[in-house]
Design a protein around this ligand. Structure first.
Ligand code: GTP
Ligand code: MG
Length: 196
C-alpha cells in the first residue's frame, strides 16, 4: 500500500462525527507525547498530523484516508496529568467510545516511549484489544534515544511481557526521526488492510 497518498478527512470531537463506520480502519493510540502523530507523518511521508513538544496536542480524533475503504486514525493521547480534569474526562470518553463501538477498527498500533513502556493504561488498552480479538502492533518509539544493544533488549523484554497476554501482538522498536521500524509498521498495516 502506498501510505504517502493519505489525505486528511476530518477532526472529530466524538465518534458521532467520524466518517461512516465502513471499510477498514487502523488506529494509532498511546500516552500523550508517545509519538503517535510523528509516526503517522513518518509512515505517510507527509506533515499530516500536528506534532508538538507539549503533551496533549492531539485532542480530536483525526481521520486520514488512503482510499474509500481504508483509513488511518490519530487518537488523542491518554495519561497526561496536566490537562484540566474536565477535558481529560471528555477525551477519555471519546477514546473509550471509539475503541468499543467502532466496527471498522481492525488493528491497533500502540505507541510507547521505549524509555518507559507498559504503563497501566497501555496494558489496559492492549488487554482490551486482545479481548476484542483486535491485532496489536506495539511500537517502542524514540528508539533513537538508545544504542542498538539496549534497544534490542528492551524490545525482547516488552515482547516477553506481552506474550503472556496471548492474542496477536507484535513488538518493534520505532523512530520516526531515524526511520527505525518504518517497514515493520508498513508491513503490518498491509496485512491488516489487505488480509493474509
Ligand atoms: P499527543 O498528540 O500530545 O498525544 O502526542 P503524540 O503521541 O502525537 O506525540 P508527537 O508525535 O506530537 O511527538 C511528541 C514529541 O516527541 C515531539 O516533540 C516529537 O518531536 C518527539 N518525537 C516523536 N517521535 C520521535 C522520535 O522518533 N525520536 C525522538 N527523539 N523524538 C520524537
Ligand atoms: Mg498527536
Amino acid at each position: 500500500i502506498k501510505y504517502s497518498t493519505a489525505k486528511f478527512v476530518t477532526s472529530a470531537p466524538d465518534i458521532t462525527r467520524l466518517p461512516a463506520d465502513e471499510g477498514i480502519e487502523v488506529a494509532f493510540a498511546g500516552r500523550s507525547n508517545a509519538g503517535k502523530s510523528s509516526a503517522l507523518n513518518a509512515l505517510t511521508n507527509q506533515k499530516l498530523a500536528r506534532t508538538s513538544k507539549t503533551p496533549g496536542r492531539t485532542q480530536l480524533i483525526n481521520t486520514f484516508e488512503l482510499d474509500a475503504e481504508k483509513r488511518l486514525i490519530d487518537l488523542p493521547g491518554y495519561g497526561y496529568a496536566k490537562v484540566p480534569l474536565e477535558m481529560k474526562i471528555k477525551w477519555q470518553k471519546s477514546l473509550g467510545e471509539y475503541l468499543q463501538k467502532r466496527d471498522s477498527l481492525k488493528g491497533l498500533v500502540v505507541l510507547m516511549d521505549i524509555r518507559h513502556p507498559l504503563k497501566d493504561l497501555d496494558l489496559d488498552l492492549i488487554e482490551w484489544a486482545v479481548g476484542c480479538e483486535i491485532p496489536v502492533l506495539a511500537l517502542l518509539t524514540k528508539a533513537d534515544k538508545y544504542a542498538q544493544g539496549k534497544r534490542k533488549s528492551e524490545v525482547l523484554q516488552v515482547r516477553k511481557a506481552l506474550a503472556e497476554l496471548g492474542g496477536d501482538i507484535k513488538v518493534h522498536a520505532f523512530s520516526s526521526l531515524k526511520g527505525i521500524g518504518l517497514t515493520d509498521l508498513a508491513w503490518t498495516l498491509d496485512d491488516w488492510f489487505l488480509g493474509p
